[in-house]
Design a protein around this ligand. Structure first.
Ligand code: ZN
Length: 291
């Protein structure tokens, strides 16, 4: 058995002080992690993916205009925060790449901006009459219409929700996957033709579920404060939010299928109001986590 020399008392003291310094430095690093330093703003769609359109504007253009304006508002009002855009021009960016931009930048928040739309509903109308065996019978043809009165705002976070292949938001906001060349590799074997595969997206762990829900709620609160119709916060299997390494939301700023909301989203006053709501929500979120 070796003879282990006893540590001298001052050596023990130095060791204790060193440990204390290491702990306090780590504690500082830990608390500093909760500061919002980088925000990624994602203008939905772009390039060959125009997504929904209203009477005169497309979702990709309204989303880009809003994203750039929000970014400028953050830079003007939150001096220590860096803004990164997933796109600042009319280009196509795959959904997985959008969240990869945020993950690589170690962003603290991810905000995706979109416009809502109503699905086309098929109905049959009488367009004339013909004689069949002496009887007058109507000639029918199909027409497709969408509701132009549905309005309001809703904000999504990544999560299980209900797996519903008929869910219009899931279909629309994940549709860009079809436009990507290697979607099977990029989404772990995801097959957009198989509704059950949407489960894969929803099972990608949402580590920041609580924070994402909190931010989404704050965004909806601000919309409500300015009189928008509240369609609430929902959890959905959305490819753009899957794999987010930070709190992440997708906000639908209005229905482009509703002429009044299309005008509002394209107007100077509407743009100002929407981006103000988002800025205030981000600032409220910052206050709540940074204390
Ligand atoms: Zn969209």
């Amino acid at each position: 058995m070796k003879n282990i020399p006893l540590l001298r008392p001052n050596a023990i003291l130095i060791a204790i002080i060193s440990v204390a310094i290491v702990i306090s430095t780590n504690y500082q690093a830990f608390t500093q992690e909760y500061k919002i330093k980088t925000i990624v703003i994602d203008a939905g769609h772009g390039g060959k993916d125009g997504s929904t359109r209203g009477e005169y504007s497309t979702e990709k253009d309204v989303a880009l205009k809003t994203a750039l304006r929000l970014g400028a508002a953050i830079e003007a009002n939150m001096k220590d925060v860096k803004v990164i855009y997933t796109r600042s021009t009319d280009v196509f960016i795959p959904l997985y790449e959008r969240i990869a931009i945020a993950n690589n930048a170690k962003a603290d928040l991810f905000i995706s901006i979109h416009c809502n739309d109503m699905p086309l509903i098929r109905s049959s109308v009488v367009t004339g009459y013909k004689k069949v065996k002496g009887k007058r019978v109507p000639i029918r043809s199909s027409v497709y219409r969408k509701s132009t009165s549905t309005r309001g705002v809703e904000t999504f976070v990544s999560g299980m929700g209900r797996i519903n292949e008929q869910d219009e938001v899931i279909k629309r906001e994940n549709a860009a996957i079809f436009l990507e060349d290697n979607y099977k590799e990029n989404y772990e074997g995801f097959d957009p033709n198989n509704a059950e595969n949407y489960i894969i997206l929803s099972l990608m762990k949402n580590t920041f579920r609580t924070q994402s829900l909190k931010l989404a709620k704050l965004v909806q609160d601000e919309y409500v404060n300015v009189g928008r119709v509240n369609r609430g916060v929902q959890e959905k299997s959305l490819a753009v939010l899957a794999r987010a390494g930070m709190p992440a939301i997708l906000t639908e700023i209005g229905f482009i299928s509703n002429p009044a909301e299309e005008d509002y989203m394209n107007s100077e006053a509407g743009q100002e109001e929407i981006t103000n709501c988002l800025l205030k929500a981000i600032q409220n979120y910052q206050r709540s986590i940074e204390g």
